[in-house]
Write a protein that binds this ligand. Structure first.
Ligand SMILES: Nc1ncnc2c1ncn2[C@@H]1O[C@H](COP(=O)(O)OP(=O)(O)OP(=O)(O)O)[C@@H](O)[C@H]1O
Ligand SMILES: [Mg+2]
Length: 141
């Protein structure tokens, strides 16, 4: 388990960028934490680290956004507005979780419940001050 405190949004993005360098197809990065705790900022860093140039906007209203790089597809998913298992199935998220040719990052991943894959990287975000965020990482194989 790694625990890191960031003091600026840029530092949080930088962490995402660093993690991106270690990722491969099939990896699933689950992001947990309250509103404004830094999940989307981290996902922006991930995208940048994967070489995606398009600006990453919060997919809150869209739920799933996909991006393509030379080597890999990247899905940024935000489950905040989903509520049922049927939502996940109708959005095709259950299938996406099974596909191993993309990298996925999922905000509010706790909403996956039983769909939450065993093999994943978990990142918990906690706001500890206006600009401080405590970020805890766990990897499960
Ligand atoms: N150290 C920090 N790391 C990340 N964000 C920070 C930090 N300090 C301040 N911020 C600010 O906190 C906000 C984080 O917003 P962000 O959209 O990343 O959160 P979120 O967890 O995705 O929220 P939501 O659940 O609403 O999607 C931004 O406005 C950002 O500028
Ligand atoms: Mg967000």
């Amino acid at each position: 388990m790694d625990k890191i405190v960031t003091q600026t949004v840029e530092q949080t993005k930088e962490l995402g960028k660093e993690l991106a360098k270690t990722l491969k197809k099939g990896d699933i990065i689950c992001l947990y934490g309250n509103l404004g705790s830094g999940k989307t900022s981290f996902a922006q860093g991930l995208a940048e680290g994967l070489g995606i140039e398009r600006r990453i906007i919060s997919p809150t209203f869209i739920i799933i956004r996909s991006y393509k790089t030379k080597n890999v597809k990247f899905y940024h998913i935000d489950l905040y507005r989903t509520s049922t298992k049927n939502d996940l199935i109708s959005l095709g998220i259950d299938q996406l979780l099974k596909s191993s040719d993309a990298i996925l990052t999922i905000e509010w991943a706790e909403k996956l419940n039983k769909f939450l894959p065993k093999k994943r990287i978990d990142l918990h975000f906690k706001q500890t001050d206006d600009n401080s965020r405590e970020i805890t990482k766990n990897k499960y194989d």
